[in-house]
Design a protein around this ligand. Structure first.
Ligand code: SAM
Ligand code: SF4
Length: 346
């Protein structure tokens, strides 16, 4: 079998899973480390992965490029906090070559905003046009309680820098119940986003990884938030879909695009177009299932051999499950999946 022939045959052939869903979106967690310790995401004394287990930036580039050759159009870098990974701009600039060639439509990232003030301009220069920045509250004390190590002014500066650099910003807020939650601030966050010209997406807490608190105490169903908002605002459904779990409305009074990510109250798996690569090179075909393919072993064995990487992607995607089965309830003593969001990437 001629290796060169097989490489050219697979090049461009889309990755399609057993349920006919084309995989066009890759999320990459570039590090499991973070400068915050958000209460819903991590325990305060998190143990992080040994550096040797984490993919090098070159290995990430090789794997991401293999996905792009097979039809991935959108890549989101996440973590942990992607902007605390040393040399992150080398990776962003390197992946930017696929934007320049037109092979990749969008390169974006999800960040807590803490380092955004110094990275916004270089990100724009590398071809990034949109970023998601997490912001759960506008109250400085509450922000410090929710993120434990984060400080609000630094993040607000980061958000302003992103806007000034020309990046379109989407704010992500996890909807949190309880005394330290943000149920009473949803409207203030909407007004802030509308005033600054940003989009806003509300996220339901997901049962990922052991944390120090009871997730049931944090869980605020977005169906309830949406019903409350509908009493005060005109919410017009938008047809816009991303293949992910978000559903969008326009809040007419504010001119705001508002998203709801509701993995627990809404099933979105039928249109899933994405897979997730962890910082250690495990490919998770579903955020809510444990099955994974070890692409670190593959890339360390085959280097940049395109045919071998292709075969590994085919084998992994053939195992993509139909959907997840998240549930948060008191009798479920353990999280639905044991790994943290910071490992798989949000
Ligand atoms: N550190 C970056 C940040 O906070 O934006 C990127 C990684 S973080 C894991 C990505 C997103 O996941 C954030 O918006 C965060 O609020 C959200 N997140 C973390 N843990 C979550 C959980 N258990 N349920 C729902 N969302 C979660
Ligand atoms: Fe860090 Fe983001 Fe997790 Fe918060 S949500 S601890 S900022 S990775």
């Amino acid at each position: 079998m001629p290796a060169a022939g097989s490489t050219s045959r697979v090049e461009g052939r889309p990755l399609v899973d057993p349920f006919g869903r084309a995989i066009t979106y890759l999320r990459v967690s570039v590090t499991d480390r973070c400068d915050f310790r958000c209460v819903y995401c991590m325990a305060e004394d998190m143990t992080f992965l040994p550096k040797a287990e984490v993919l090098s930036l070159e290995e990430i580039d090789r794997l991401a490029s293999a996905f792009i050759r097979r039809g991935t159009r959108k890549i989101r870098l996440t973590g942990g906090e992607p902007l605390v990974r040393r040399g992150i701009m080398d990776l962003v600039s390197s992946l930017g070559r696929h934007l320049a060639s037109g092979a990749l439509e969008e390169l974006t990232l999800t960040s807590n905003g803490s380092q955004m003030a110094r990275f916004a301009e270089p990100l724009f220069a590398a071809g990034v046009r949109r970023v998601n920045i997490s912001l759960d509250t506008l109250d400085a004390d509450r922000f410090a309680r929710i993120t434990r190590w984060g400080r609000l002014p630094q993040v607000l500066d980061g958000i302003a820098a992103a806007k000034a650099a020309g990046l379109k910003v989407k704010l992500n807020a996890v909807a949190l119940a309880g005394p330290d939650g943000n149920a009473d601030e949803i409207e203030a966050l909407m007004e802030f986003a509308a005033r600054e010209g940003h989009d806003l997406t509300l996220i339901e807490t997901m049962p990922l990884g052991e944390i120090d608190q009871d997730r049931m105490d944090q869980y605020l169903p977005l169906s309830r938030v949406r019903a409350d908002l509908a009493r005060r605002f005109t919410l017009t459904d938008l047809p816009h879909r991303t293949g992910g779990p978000a559903r969008y409305v326009r809040v007419e009074e504010l001119g705001l695009q508002l998203g709801f990510i509701t993995p627990l109250t809404h099933n979105f798996c039928e249109s899933c177009n994405r897979v997730r690569l962890t910082a250690t090179g495990q490919l998770f075909m579903c955020l809510g299932q444990d099955d994974q393919a070890d692409l670190k072993a593959v890339v360390r064995r085959v280097g940049s051999d395109a045919a071998a990487l292709d075969a590994a992607l085919d084998a992994a995607i053939a195992r993509k499950p139909k959907g997840h089965d998240f549930v948060i309830e008191r009798r479920a003593a353990r999280p639905a999946v044991a790994r943290h969001m910071s490992l798989t990437g949000g």
